[in-house]
Design a protein around this ligand. Structure first.
Ligand code: DP6
Length: 349
């Protein structure tokens, strides 16, 4: 027999960034972070997991290609889910699995992204969140989402936020064992439906410095990182929570842009410096800044992760249409620097 489960998880975009770990093995961050989960129809991972007594080993395929499972992060997620597995019975199929038997059963995992991996947007966030969620479903795990988020965190930090839709906060926690480093939902998918996300794909190249090694270097060498984590982020997180609750776009946009810029300043403050943004990214920032300034209040927020692609959040549909027009004018599609736009749903969530 073969037992299967399928799940889908969207990726998330941080508006207050996670950058730096206080514990590398458990993936515990140096500060809280806040994100928006995208609509699963746009950027998401779909994963099917199967168990069978006839599988001799754990195996995984990503977008149809087999990948190695030797990495500690995958093993951590699998181990944590197996620990919480429960008795399972399907009388019709005659399948009965005792809690302790899950340890002996191997899994096969097939995961697909609904966006081109070549777009440089492939994020581990959707992948690990989906893996943990689907394994949990298969192994009859009954733990709440907070607990699942702390397992997904051990796959990739940002993955813990993709367990929920809407607006999500990853609380850094204080405990050494990481049990209080979990994600919580600040507001669900139905909240603040006006916002529209547009992702401008600036480069399809894979990033040169991974988030994992980039943030390790920043922790070791950037004095600004310590200041940011201890002094800046705590008050910014409180203000961002307020802005989200009150749907205060002015405050939301200012905080989002400032936090993205400070994250990239930390990257520049790292030795050797890390350059994630390129000239096109900088030109997009100028365009948005000038527009926001000329309107007297923000119309669009920008944020950049560990790469040059711009995530633009427009205050409403009309503004998003105007933004798209501006982008197409200043960065026409034949411009080899800016190859495509991925336009979010009317709602970002
Ligand atoms: C810039 O979650 O990819 O996107 O925990 O080492 O897997 P690891 O890093 P990852 O880092 C994401 C960094 C970021 C900011 C964010 O998403 O908060």
């Amino acid at each position: 027999w073969v037992l299967m489960a399928t799940g889908r998880s969207p990726t998330n975009i941080a508006v207050i960034k996670y950058w730096g770990k206080r514990d590398e093995a458990l993936i515990l961050p140096v500060n809280d972070s806040i994100s928006v989960t995208l609509d699963p129809d746009h950027l998401s991972a779909t994963t099917t997991v199967a168990v069978s007594p006839s599988f001799p080993a754990d195996r995984m395929w990503l977008n149809g290609k087999e990948i190695s499972l030797s990495g500690g992060r995958f093993q951590s997620c699998l181990r944590e889910i197996r620990k919480r597995a429960r008795d399972f019975e399907d009388e019709k199929k005659g399948i009965k699995i005792k809690k302790e038997d899950w340890e002996k059963l191997h899994v096969h995992i097939a995961s697909y992204n609904n966006f081109p991996t070549a777009a440089g947007l492939a994020s581990s966030a959707a992948g690990f969140a989906c893996l943990v969620f689907t394994l949990g479903k298969l192994m009859n795990v009954k733990e709440d989402y907070g607990e699942l988020s702390s397992i997904a965190r051990q796959g990739s930090g940002s993955a813990c936020r993709s367990i929920y839709g809407g607006f999500v906060k990853w609380c850094m926690g204080k405990k050494d064992d990481g049990s209080d480093s979990i994600a919580v939902q600040l507001a669900d998918e139905a909240h603040w439906k006006d916002l529209v996300i547009i992702i401008a794909v600036v480069s399809s190249k894979q990033k040169e410095t991974s988030s994992t090694s980039g943030m390790r270097d920043s922790v070791e060498t950037s004095p600004l990182l310590q200041y940011r984590a201890q002094t800046v982020v705590p008050s910014r997180v409180l203000k961002m929570e307020e802005a989200i609750k009150n749907q205060d776009f002015e405050s939301f946009a200012k905080l989002t842009c400032a936090d993205s810029n400070q994250f990239h300043a930390v990257c520049l403050d790292t030795s050797p410096p890390i350059f994630y943004m390129n000239d096109t990214s900088h030109r997009i920032i100028s365009l948005v800044e000038k527009w926001n300034h000329s309107e007297g209040c923000p119309q669009v927020a920008y944020t950049f992760d560990a790469g040059p692609n711009a995530v633009l959040i427009a205050r409403d549909c009309k503004t998003a249409a105007l933004l798209l027009q501006k982008l197409l004018y200043y960065f026409p599609p034949q411009d080899k620097d800016l190859s495509s736009y991925m336009v979010g749903d009317k709602s970002i969530l």
